[in-house]
Ligand binder design. Structure first.
Ligand code: F0G
Length: 428
């Protein structure tokens, strides 16, 4: 037995193996997977080990990512870990959510409780730590907003430069303000996210920037921990379903990888089914899955109120398709109306989320209505981003100012005279 686990990257297309951890893509164009050394780790890890780190105040185990250090990046040394105590996010149940979806046993895992307000911090602590380990000084990403906010924060924390490529006028203000404030160099691209993604890939290598989009395999390793932590929270009893909003498809890919590894390591005895939910105006993955296409056909002009998932040409579609197959999963689409109805329900339950996050709850409801999910099954919806990320969408919904959306559950403010009589009239 080796003293250290194998550490390799492997092309998902041609199976070429790389020992250089800095490679982001195979020469054949294929995406890379981090190969987890199951045989080695089987001897080293256990449910008890991970449970013993729960509630730890010790660096880096206080993080819900680094609690699973061995399964994220076993070779990284502690001094290279850049962490803000990610994860440890709450699982919420609420009668309103059960009533809305008609699913009794439904919980929401709120990844908007991460340090910069989205699940991206899990992949970013892993990605930036890999960048530090590899001696990189400048990192770059294209983003619909959350990745840029997260990367900007973690890069500054690590003393690195960051460059973000964002689609002009198409990202929510909460996210743009974070990227600017955390000190990233912000390039607004005259085009959409897919244009920004193509441009950052073309320029990263050329200009010596380490690419930190989710094509970076180390990002996926961090995002796996949403599922590790979830399963641990459930006492290592997997749910029947995990429902997740889907844009660039990093999460769908990561969840599938996480389940396969947990199963191969003997930590779970059943693999949950993944429900991957797209907005109907940005649904290339849904079309691919539904029509059994061999190749993804990009949506040229993606459009949805959920700007985080306004993506027409998701980079990780092959990995995500593999995850759907391995987990006997499904892909569904939901309209903007369904997204905003679900968001209003999540918000008025006191939980709150940004529009894209609500796609998971809208999707769960739709899959129940379609008879795919049974009302007695245990369902977990992933809430991907914080309610404060996109205040415009929320305010405009409550003021009934959203184009083509009926504000069915709105709660508008009332303007009154500054008198007790006026208050009495409103309150009684
Ligand atoms: N929900 C939110 C709030 C997001 O920010 C994203 C992706 C998704 C869902 C979709 O996740 O890409 O893993 O399928 N946001 C990226 C960004 C694209 O740039 O912030 P995915």
């Amino acid at each position: 037995m080796n003293a250290e686990p194998r550490s390799e990257l492997k092309c998902i297309d041609c199976c070429k193996v790389f020992s250089d951890a800095a490679v982001n893509r195979c020469g054949c164009g294929g995406l890379l997977d981090v190969v987890v050394d199951i045989d080695f780790l089987k001897e080293k890890i256990s449910r008890e080990l991970f449970d013993s780190r729960l509630g730890s105040t010790k660096f880096p185990y206080m993080s819900g990512v680094w609690r699973f250090h061995e399964l994220v990046n076993p070779l990284i040394r502690e001094e290279n870990i850049v962490s803000r105590s990610e994860g440890n996010t709450f699982l919420y149940t609420h009668p309103k959510i059960s009533e809305y979806t008609q699913i009794k046993n439904i919980s929401l895992k709120h990844e908007g409780e991460n340090p910069t307000g989205s699940f991206k911090d899990r992949g970013m602590t892993s990605g930036i730590s890999a960048a530090k380990h590899l001696g990189k000084d400048t990192v770059a990403c294209a983003s619909t907003g959350n990745t840029s906010a997260s990367m900007a924060a973690y890069a500054s924390l690590a003393g690195m430069n960051s460059v973000v490529f964002i689609p002009e006028g198409m990202i929510a203000f909460g996210k743009l303000s974070q990227a600017l404030a955390y000190g990233a160099r912000v390039l607004q691209i005259k085009g959409n996210f897919d244009d920004a993604m193509a441009l950052v890939q073309a320029s990263a290598n050329e200009l010596g920037m380490y690419l930190l989009n989710s094509i970076n395999p180390w990002r996926i390793e961090g995002q796996k921990t949403i599922m590790f932590e979830l399963i641990q929270q459930l006492g290592w009893n997997p749910p029947d379903w995990v429902i997740v909003p889907a844009g660039n498809l990093g999460n769908t890919s990561a969840f599938g990888k996480a389940f396969c590894e947990l199963y191969d390591l003997g930590l779970i005895d059943k693999i949950p089914r993944i429900g991957s939910i797209q907005a109907s105006g940005a649904n290339p993955f849904y079309n691919t899955w539904k029509n059994h296409l061999k190749k993804l056909e990009a949506v040229e002009k993606p459009d949805t109120i959920a700007t985080a998932i306004r993506i027409g040409d998701p980079v990780s579609w092959q990995k995500a398709l593999r995850a759907i197959k391995h987990t006997n999963g499904v892909v569904e689409e939901v309209t903007d109306q369904e997204i905003m109805d679900a968001k209003a329900t999540v918000d008025s339950s006191g939980i709150g989320c940004e529009p894209a996050s609500a796609a998971s709850v809208a999707g769960a409801k739709k899959l129940l209505d379609a008879g795919v999910i049974d009302s007695k099954e245990k369902v977990i919806c992933i809430i991907t981003g914080n309610i404060l990320k996109d205040p415009d969408a929320t305010i405009n919904y409550h003021l009934s100012k959203l184009l083509d959306i009926t504000s069915r559950f709105n709660n508008p403010p009332t303007l009154i005279e500054p008198t007790l009589a006026a208050v009495r009239k409103e309150i009684t």
